[in-house]
Design a protein around this ligand. Sequence first.
Ligand code: ADP
Length: 191
Amino acid sequence: MLNIVLFGPPGAGKGTQSEKLIEKYNLTHISTGDLFRKHLSEGTELGKKAQKFMDDGFLVPDEIVIGMVDEKIKSDEDSKGFIFDGFPRTVNQAEALDSLLATKNTPILGMVALEVPFEELKKRLLERGKISGRTDDQSVEKIDNRIQVYLDETLPVSDFYRKQSKYNSIDGVGSIDEIFSKICTTIDTFN
Ligand code: ADP
């Protein structure tokens, strides 16, 4: 199975590139942000638990996220591979993901990390806030907080995959197609 972690700070373009990748490689998209927003809009218990963390740009507690991903992986028995977008966001989540996949005998083949300068990220997120209506994209304070949370809690996840020789860095500035083509070149080396 082609299991990939698509990594990068908020606004790096993970969602945009995931959509193209799932089509090209016939993968199952697991975006924890999208899953939480779905729970929120459906008013589930899980959505209610996640809401206060998301609103302020803090991470939802690991056990909630990991349980949700576990369920999603198990619900797709016939998948050709998973693309994880916005997950894992802590080293604890990365360890849990390895354990979940070990039970299926199908490891992560590689991580693709999109690199984008912080000034560019802030610009993109504020633009997205105007169009998407996402409240966590509409205030500079909330965006700054998410970037800080990324630096403190999520960036160490790249070392986790570096130690497993699975880390691949991609320049995330440029046209969507240019970046997509660089990601595909990297993915085609995974096996
Ligand atoms: P972005 O990448 O723009 O920050 P996401 O859609 O990935 O947006 O996530 C939105 C919010 O959902 C995060 O700020 C966080 O509160 C929550 N969230 C998403 N994924 C995770 C995760 N893996 N662990 C903890 N919280 C998460």
